[in-house]
Structures are given as structure tokens and as C-alpha cells.
Design a protein around this ligand. Structure first.
Ligand SMILES: Nc1nc2c(ncn2[C@@H]2O[C@H](COP(=O)(O)OP(=O)(O)OP(=O)(O)O)[C@@H](O)[C@H]2O)c(=O)[nH]1
Ligand SMILES: [Mg+2]
Ligand SMILES: [Zn+2]
Length: 307
């Protein structure tokens, strides 16, 4: 009889599937081997599947039967095959975007990219600034003023166990932790759920992480399911037209409504409400500058890949 389960880990041609608290190893073969076009792997952590347990295995083994259509996905360009997508996590409700207090200004571009992923895919973002034991909150708030009142922000320290109201946000949800290497994603999860025992890395002199988490994995945490991911900087959204990118800037909505053209990309178009807001200081130069970087990179990427 087929069971329902969730993919919790992937390794090579094998998927580990959790069903009712038991994990089953399933080979990914046959009709499932060929993923969707532009994807190398047919499965991602968080996928909902059906499978049939196999008798007599030393380990619990199963045979994969079907994969449910995904509600949402977090993906990037495959590091080795840039025309293909790598889905880091599937069926997510909440995207926890983690940055480090010590390197926040350099990491805001990644935060902005993840916000675009969240809003374009329809998952709720939460920004978590970790390591407030190193740089105190009043020094960080000005860097994040664009998001005030629009996107939830938690200031935490995994080291000190100062976790704000983070723990209450996971109940009944599937969440994914994403952000650069070394910001403390795994550390925060360990602090929220003692006993998880996720591996923690070191940071070098520049504060950069060492890519300690190498594969996404899904674990039960604080009443929900949470996917820890390896630190990544680049998130793809090359399916978006350039003028669509700013649709996923919720803090720009009022300004955007003032633009003369509804396909405005806010670069050199006349009558641009966003540029007016930057001049008036309601949108920060930083957030606008990073938008221009994202626009330029998306354009280069689309040219290169011939979209
Ligand atoms: N000062 C300080 N250091 C922290 C804090 N949280 C984590 N660290 C340190 O930051 C380093 C990286 O932590 P990890 O939890 O491995 O970071 P990660 O984001 O999971 O990194 P990857 O798995 O490489 O993506 C470790 O040396 C931690 O001890 C914190 O709140 N304050
Ligand atoms: Mg980690
Ligand atoms: Zn505009």
C-alpha cells in the first residue's frame, strides 16, 4: 500500500522520505530520473510524494510512486549547469532570510534577491539579523529602514540565546532558512530546537563562512518543519521580465503607482515615481542602488542564456 511522505534529504540518486516519523530510502530511477526540462533533479527537499515500502530491507526502503505538484519553490541557477535550475526547497510557506549583523551592509544584496524570490513565489519572508552580540541593534536599524512596517524583522543572537519572538513563528508551517554562508542559519536552528545537532562551521578573518551545510535537509523544529540550506549568494529569477522585478518590492508600492508607465523599470523613464521617492528620501539610495545591480545582472544573465 502506498504511503504519503515528505522528502527530507537527497543524496546522489537517493531520496530519504519521512512518513509518520519513519524515514525510508528510495532510489530515484526510471520515469522519475528525467526531471522537468531545465532541471537536473526531479526531486527537492520538501517535495510531497507517495511511495510503497519494500519488504525485507535492512534499512527501511521504499519505491517512489508519484510526486505532487509543488505549491512553491526556492531555486537558483545550477552552479555547474547555469541553464538549469536547482530547486533548493519545495512547498515552503515561510522564507527565513538570515544575515549577519557584522556583515549586514554587504549582505543586503542577497537579502533583496531572496525577497524577490519570496514575493514572486508567494511565500512569506521574515528577515532575521543574527549576531547582535557583535553589533547592537540601534546600529543595524538604519540599514533596514526601507523594510520598516512592511516586512517582519527579528534581531537575534544564537550565541547568547537571545531569540526574540522567533520561536513562535513556525507552528504548522514549512519554513526554509536561507542566506549567505557563516551567518548562523544552522546555529539559530540549533538554538531554537535543542537536540537538533546541526553541524556548525567557522568563519574566516573576513567573517565569511565555509559552506558547512552542504545539502538541504528538512527537520521538525518548534512545531513546524524547517529546511536548513547551504549558504548561497545567487538566487535566480530569470523567468521575470525586467519591468516585473520591482513588482516584488512591496515597500515601493506607493511610489510605483506614481510612475507614468506601468512597465517602468525605474531607470531613465520620464515621470518615474520610484526615482522621485529616492530623491525625496523615502526610498533609500542603498535599496535603489541594489535594485539597479539586480536589474543589470538579470539583464546580463538573460542575454547570456539567450532568453
Ligand atoms: N558572535 C556570534 N557568532 C555566531 C552566532 N551564531 C553563529 N555564530 C558563529 O558563526 C559561525 C557560522 O555558523 P553556522 O551556523 O555554521 O552558519 P551557517 O549560516 O549555517 O553557515 P553555512 O552552513 O556555511 O551556510 C560559527 O562559528 C558560529 O559559532 C551569534 O549569534 N553570534
Ligand atoms: Mg549551516
Ligand atoms: Zn518608475
Amino acid at each position: 500500500m502506498a504511503l504519503n511522505g515528505t522528502v527530507v534529504r537527497l543524496h546522489g540518486q537517493h531520496a530519504w522520505i519521512r512518513s509518520d516519523g519513519t524515514e525510508y530510502m528510495c532510489a530515484v530511477r526510471g520515469k522519475f530520473k528525467q526531471g522537468k526540462r531545465k532541471e537536473r533533479s526531479p526531486l527537492a527537499v520538501g517535495d510531497l510524494v507517495t511511495f510503497t515500502p519494500l519488504p525485507d530491507g535492512e534499512e527501511n526502503e521504499g519505491q517512489l510512486e508519484s510526486i505532487e505538484e509543488r505549491r512553491t519553490e526556492l531555486y537558483r541557477a545550477h552552479p555547474r549547469f547555469p541553464r538549469q535550475r536547482q530547486v533548493l526547497a519545495a512547498n515552503i510557506d515561510l522564507l527565513v532570510i538570515v544575515a549577519g549583523a557584522d556583515l549586514l551592509s554587504e549582505q543586503l544584496l542577497t537579502v533583496d534577491r531572496l525577497l524577490i524570490s519570496a514575493y514572486s513565489q508567494g511565500f512569506i519572508p521574515l528577515i532575521v539579523i543574527n549576531k547582535i552580540d557583535v553589533v547592537p541593534r540601534p546600529e543595524l536599524e538604519p540599514l533596514l529602514r526601507d523594510f520598516a512596517g512592511v516586512i517582519d524583522i527579528e534581531y537575534v543572537s544564537a550565541s547568547n540565546g537571545e531569540l526574540g519572538t522567533l520561536k513562535g513563528r513556525f507552528s504548522g508551517k514549512t519554513a526554509v532558512f536561507a542566506g549567505p554562508s557563516g551567518v548562523g542559519k544552522s546555529s539559530i536552528m540549533n538554538a531554537l530546537e535543542p537536540g537538533l545537532g546541526l553541524r556548525i562551521g567557522h568563519v574566516d578573518k573576513e567573517g565569511e563562512g565555509r559552506h558547512t551545510t552542504t545539502h538541504a535537509s528538512l527537520v521538525p523544529m518548534a512545531g513546524g518543519l524547517v529546511i536548513d540550506t547551504p549558504g548561497v549568494r545567487d538566487f535566480g529569477f530569470w523567468n521575470l521580465e525586467l519591468h516585473e522585478i520591482s513588482l516584488y518590492y512591496p515597500d515601493w508600492q506607493t511610489a510605483r503607482e506614481q510612475c507614468r508607465f506601468n512597465t517602468c523599470t525605474h531607470r531613465h523613464e520620464p515621470g518615474c515615481g520610484v526615482k522621485a521617492a529616492v530623491e525625496a528620501g523615502t526610498i533609500s539610495q542603498g535599496r535603489y542602488g541594489r535594485y539597479m545591480t539586480i536589474l543589470r545582472e538579470s539583464w546580463n544573465e538573460q542575454e547570456r542564456l539567450g532568453y
